[in-house]
Design a protein around this ligand. Structure first.
Ligand SMILES: *Cc1c(COP(=O)(O)O)cnc(C)c1O
Length: 382
């Protein structure tokens, strides 16, 4: 079988209900700052189990607001993983803070708890302010363990859950902890870029359980301007700019799409897991793939395998219109970070991983025929 259509590594799933929701918003009174934004925020908070959710223009903006809300400033330092999209690190640079990398676990590809501890212990207390772990490929970080470590060193945690809406881990008391519920983190950030689970074109969501953080996020999202809690009654037009904020708002058009997209996420994540099971069954004992520790439910933004001749496989698949992708070039290897180079840690797991990793097609509408075709071509190559 040789499908005519290209098979990308990820793809959005837009159906009639999504289109109708957007069209009806276009015909309504508000294109932005209307009722759809709050409706989306409430639905999202309920889905992940957080108290508050703040819709933002994209996850990068969300990460920026998150570090500002934690009070990160020039000269401060954070720790994150080198195997992530650059935005997880860039947010700290926006406020002039240093980005230090700790190595990944070679099997889960997640920020290693041990390596993070080693880095923390190698510096005086107070050297670092926060940790930004990433639920890479959709695999939830065990935030209960990271919380313990963070508390020991007086750090905050911002969970970058851009890959993981719908993922969860089971904590030591046996409770399901949904990515983004902010029980063990201070703030959590999601992306609604079309290649992620929930497609809004552009968009993001920031969740927290802390009212003070929530107020700060809300204020900074809209220029630092508020009409609430005025001392005197100056008149209906009056507002105050209390902080130097931004315009990081999500529109009602995007929120309407987000609401219908969110409703499909549970089924979508289930389908992604079915595809993952099929891949695993085919590759078991032949190819290394991301290890999912017990008691974790992978939301599977990606399905990553490791092969010796990665470039060869990448090129071979392209001949068959299969557009596998590489996630990610280690952030510390990007010229910008290479140049400023704060980290003195050994990042050899991340570098070895990068030389071998390749993400196979993974999205809910990838049909069985296409899955078999991908598997066949991968095995043929090997
Ligand atoms: C996509 C992504 C981001 C940035 O999301 P945008 O909405 O495109 O700004 C941040 N972190 C990770 C891990 C991502 O995958």
């Amino acid at each position: 079988m040789k499908p005519m259509d290209p098979i990308p590594y990820g793809r959005q799933d837009i159906s009639d209900d999504d289109i109708e929701a957007v069209v009806s918003t276009l015909k309504a009174d508000f294109l932005t700052q209307g009722p759809k934004v709050q409706e989306f925020e409430r639905a999202f908070a309920e889905y992940v189990g957080s108290k508050y959710a703040v819709a933002v223009s994209n996850a990068t903006a969300g990460l920026h607001l998150a570090v500002l809300s934690m009070g990160l400033k020039k000269g401060d330092r954070i720790i994150t993983t080198p195997i992530t999209f650059a935005a997880s690190a860039n947010c700290a640079r926006y406020v002039g803070a240093e980005v230090w990398f700790a190595d990944i676990d070679p099997d889960t590809y997640l920020l290693s708890l041990d390596k993070t501890r080693k880095l923390l212990e190698s510096k005086p207390k107070g050297f670092f302010q926060g940790i930004i772990p990433v639920d890479f490929a959709g695999l939830p970080v065990n935030l209960e363990e990271f919380r313990e470590l963070a508390d020991e060193f007086g750090l905050w945690i911002i969970e970058d859950a851009c890959h993981a809406p719908g993922g969860y881990f089971i904590d030591s008391s046996g409770n399901e902890q949904m990515c983004g519920n902010s029980i063990f983190s201070d703030i959590c950030v999601f992306s609604f870029h079309p290649v992620k689970h929930i497609a809004c074109g552009e968009g993001g969501m920031v969740t927290t359980n802390n009212e003070e953080i929530y107020n700060k996020l809300s204020l900074l999202r809209t220029h630092g301007i508020t009409k609430e809690k005025m001392e005197e009654n100056h008149g209906g037009w009056f507002y105050e700019m209390q902080e130097l904020g931004f315009n990081y708002r999500l529109t009602d058009i995007q929120s309407a799409l987000g609401i219908t997209q969110l409703r499909k996420n549970q089924v979508g994540v289930h389908k992604r897991n079915e595809i993952a099971e099929r891949y695993k069954k085919a590759f078991e004992g032949k190819i290394k793939y991301q290890k999912v520790p017990q008691n974790r439910y992978n939301a599977h933004h990606l399905f990553v395998i490791e092969v010796e001749n990665r470039k060869g496989l990448y090129d071979y698949l392209r001949q068959y219109n299969i557009f596998a992708q590489i996630h990610y070039i280690p952030v510390h290897k990007l010229p910008y970070y290479d140049r400023i180079g704060y980290s003195d840690a050994d990042l050899s797991n991340a570098e070895a991983y990068y030389s071998r990793c390749i993400s196979l097609p993974m999205y809910p509408t990838l049909n069985e025929e296409e899955q078999e075709f991908v598997i066949e071509k991968v095995l043929d190559f090997l």
